[in-house]
Design a protein around this ligand. Structure first.
Ligand code: NAD
Ligand code: UGA
Length: 376
């Protein structure tokens, strides 16, 4: 899209005209990140802002995110922050949408389950409506929780899952499953078949036809009838900027170790998770957005640990004198989780680089700063 715009952009007026920075005169890629004030979203903003051809717009209701995560970008000419709840429609002009808005930690998504399901269903409908209206490509951050308490291990994308539809986690995992359904229904209804041919035709002839006519064709083909979707199934991700009292296991254990409190392993402690460092996750999401495959694609680190193993690793790396105590678990906690990332390797050329023992110290550093606990 940026390249077609380049050919048709008029010559900018001399500075100091404010029109120089208007969309009419430049060919930046405008990228919306819903939920961009949160943990993964704010790291994605950092990475996208490195490219000076990108303009990044964050829409967030600050339920679990914070302006603090974005403070270095506030006031930057290529960055905008909007207080917005995705359960309400949003009317703006963008080229790509990364749709992340949704509380991710179980304690937060269970806090107001009706709101969580509205965010997943109505929020995704609103983002898809926006994508369809302006012809933007849209990526949904779905979750490994669509596999529920999986009966197949590791989990490939072809597995349909084992989800309790009426449990306390359903607002999140069934919500994300409906969000995936909506993405594919929009894709089937508005995005494939003969339209692919029309798109190819337009792209072939864009360079050789008059700029006004090419813009007209572009608007006709992409803005009104074409929608491109991407779905990432994210597996447990950790890293700097997670909320200190977020409730997720890695942030809990690191904060507990630094505060000198016992690490709370929920019973039985043999349940497993596979932890992906946030820079690897952002790299995977961007490759998916830029690639040709709709997904769903698992993005996660296949290194698998029991919660007792995780607690022992945190204890060894951060505070060897700390205790580990067993506490009650919550209902429907998946017993095992590990991504099969064959598809991500083949289709995106992606695999994670940061091992758990390398990522934990990076997160420890950030938590020490925020908690004011110095290393001896
Ligand atoms: N971190 C993980 O391990 C993980 C795993 C699987 C999927 N995901 C998905 O990735 C996305 C980001 O997760 P995260 O870990 O950064 O979580 P997070 O809670 O840090 O970020 C979510 C962001 O969405 C915002 N938000 C929530 N509801 C909203 C609404 N109705 N309108 C506008 N903004 C809203 C929050 O304020 C926050 O800034 C989520 O969609 C989550 O489901 C995350
Ligand atoms: O990756 C995913 O797909 C999903 O993973 C997480 O859900 P969950 O794996 O339950 O995350 P945690 O709350 O971090 O729990 C992980 C494991 O640690 C255990 N746990 C948690 C907290 C704690 O203090 N101690 C502890 O042992 C839990 O019982 C669970 O077995 C995220 O919170 C979801 O947003 C995300 O979609």
């Amino acid at each position: 899209m940026a390249s077609s715009d380049k050919q048709t952009s008029p010559k900018p007026p001399p500075s100091p005209s404010p029109l120089r920075n208007s969309k009419f005169c430049q060919s930046n890629m405008r990228i919306l990140i819903s939920g961009g004030a949160g943990f993964i979203g704010s790291h994605l903003v950092d990475k996208l802002m490195e490219n000076e051809k990108n303009e990044v717009i964050v829409a967030d209701n600050y339920f679990t995110g914070s302006k603090d995560n974005l403070k270095k970008w506030i006031g930057h000419p290529r960055f905008e922050l909007i207080r917005h709840d995705v359960t309400e429609p949003l009317l703006i002009e963008v080229d790509q949408i990364y749709h992340l808005a949704c509380p991710a930690s179980p304690i937060f998504y269970k806090y107001n389950p009706v709101k969580t399901i509205k965010t997943n269903v109505i929020g995704t409908l609103n983002m898809l409506g926006l994508a369809k209206r302006v012809g933007a490509r849209i990526l949904l951050t779905s979750t490994s929780e669509v596999y529920g308490d999986p009966l197949i291990h590791p989990q490939p994308e072809s597995y349909w899952g084992n989800v309790n539809p009426i449990g306390v986690r359903s607002c999140y995992d069934e919500g994300k499953r409906v969000a995936e359904t909506l993405m594919f229904d929009y894709h089937r209804q508005h995005g494939i078949g003969q339209l692919q041919f029309l798109k190819a035709l337009t792209l072939t002839f864009l360079p050789v036809i008059s700029s006004r006519f090419s813009r007209f064709l572009y608007v006709l083909v992409f803005c009104f009838v074409f929608i491109e979707i991407r779905i990432a199934r994210i597996f447990n991700t950790y890293g700097p900027r997670m909320n200190i009292d977020d409730g997720r296991v890695v942030s809990n254990f690191i904060a507990q170790a630094l505060r000198g409190e016992a690490l709370t392993v929920q019973k039985p402690g043999t349940q497993t998770r596979s932890f992906c460092y946030v820079s690897d996750m952002v790299d995977g999401l961007m490759r998916l957005m830029e690639g040709d495959d709709t997904g769903p694609i698992n993005i996660g680190n296949p290194g698998e640990f029991t919660m007792v193993e995780l607690a022992e690793t945190v204890k060894e790396l951060i505070n060897p004198s700390i205790e580990i105590k067993m506490v009650e678990n919550t209902p429907d906690d998946p017993r095992q989780r590990k991504p099969d990332i064959t598809k991500a390797k083949e289709v995106l050329g992606w695999e994670p680089k940061v091992k758990l023992r390398e990522g934990l110290p990076l997160m420890e550093e950030d938590f020490r700063l925020r908690l004011g606990v110095h290393k001896n």
